[in-house]
Design a protein around this ligand. Structure first.
Ligand SMILES: Nc1ncnc2c1ncn2[C@@H]1O[C@H](COP(=O)(O)OP(=O)(O)O)[C@@H](O)[C@H]1O
Ligand SMILES: N[C@@H](CCOP(=O)(O)O)C(=O)O
Length: 324
């Protein structure tokens, strides 16, 4: 996992030089599920993180780089990409025909689910709120790839495919029903210019109990803040069932930095259901139906279980549980 594109030391040196770096070592990292990651050692012993984009175009990578710079300079704990040495305002080089960026190395580690404490959850909630606040002044439009129409297209393709396993086929009518009910974007509450939209445990690094960085803004878009909060709650506050204490801690961290509006609060239940549906569908199309082994498998059933747990709550019950 994590190294889909090879990079020799000679190539790493040439790439590093484009960023004004003297590279002395390159090590492929067993990290991430989409892109190729390398640790580059720099003359003098420091390190940087090289990301080679496996799917995104140079234009998409450049926009993500500009977003990272904006967020990092407006209070979000995320590493800002290094600029190219000879091209003003550009952050994206190329390797093997693919876009590549270099980020400062962040010391830290992801937290496993059993290791998540209230303090971690609170810090994640605070960081998410900072993304929403800082993103408010990001002027470029960011369009989601995971809106209701995109999910409907994925479901339609599942209905048409002949290689869909029986356990997936039997849940398609339920997914259709859920999407039909949630397909108006207004269901999810007011939008902000930037949501992270994928703030899972592997996209946050902690060091010594403190949040070191929020990573991976590849799914970032404009969108509902309530949806983003509920994606994050579902990602961090479920072991085998919803951990209400963690959910409340995460929401309290969020609210301490950015208070939800009444409309956002009212949208939380549908936002949670849409979040569960989004990851159920994309896990079917992107993991269940693709060959195993290329990246860590992610089980769609765990998000169907989250949807069922949210079904058991009322809108008011969810707001009371989160205490927002
Ligand atoms: N700047 C960085 N410094 C150190 N490690 C990083 C840095 N950025 C990412 N990582 C590590 O690499 C992993 C994969 O990065 P990510 O950008 O999420 O890849 P992918 O898009 O393939 O999922 C992260 O989970 C994190 O552990
Ligand atoms: N967090 C998502 C998968 C998204 O993968 P990424 O590599 O794009 O962050 C999930 O768990 O389904």
């Amino acid at each position: 996992m994590g190294v889909f594109t090879a990079l020799s030391l000679e190539e790493a040196r040439a790439l590093g030089a484009r960023f004004g770096l003297v590279v002395t070592g390159a090590r492929g990292l067993d990290a991430g599920s989409v892109n190729t990651s390398y640790e580059l050692t720099i003359e003098g012993g420091s390190r940087v993180f090289l990301r080679i984009y496996e799917g995104a175009s140079a234009g998409v990578a450049a926009q993500e780089a500009r977003l990272l710079v904006h967020l990092a300079t407006h209070g979000v704990p995320t590493p800002a990409p290094l600029p190219l040495a000879c091209t003003s305002g550009s952050f994206v080089a190329e390797h093997a025909g693919k876009p590549a960026i270099v980020l400062p190395w962040i010391d830290g580690a992801s937290i496993c689910q059993r290791g998540v404490t209230d303090a971690h959850a609170r810090a994640v909630g605070e960081a998410l709120a900072r993304v929403h606040l800082a993103g408010a002044s990001f002027a470029e439009p960011l369009v989601t790839r995971f809106g209701p129409a995109d999910l409907a297209a994925r479901l339609a393709s599942l209905h048409e495919r002949t290689d869909v396993p029986g356990h997936v086929r039997v849940v398609l009518p339920e997914l259709d029903r859920r999407l039909e009910r949630l397909s108006s974007p207004s269901d999810l509450g007011p939008t902000v210019p930037v949501i992270h939209a994928d703030l899972f445990r592997d996209n946050v690094l902690f060091q010594g109990g403190a949040l070191a960085a929020v990573l991976d803004f590849e799914s970032a878009s404009s969108g509902s803040a309530a949806f983003d909060l509920m994606v994050t709650v579902l990602a961090w506050c479920f072991g085998d069932e919803l951990d209400r204490g963690l959910a409340r801690a995460l929401a309290s961290g969020y609210s301490a930095v950015r208070a939800l509006s009444d409309d956002e609060r009212a949208a939380l239940l549908d936002a949670a259901l849409f979040a569960a549906l989004r990851f159920t569908i994309t896990r079917i199309t992107d993991y269940e139906l693709r060959p195993r082994g290329r990246s860590m498998f992610r089980d769609y059933r765990r998000f169907l279980a989250r949807a069922a747990a949210i079904d058991a709550l009322s809108a008011r019950g969810l707001v009371e549980m989160l205490d927002v």
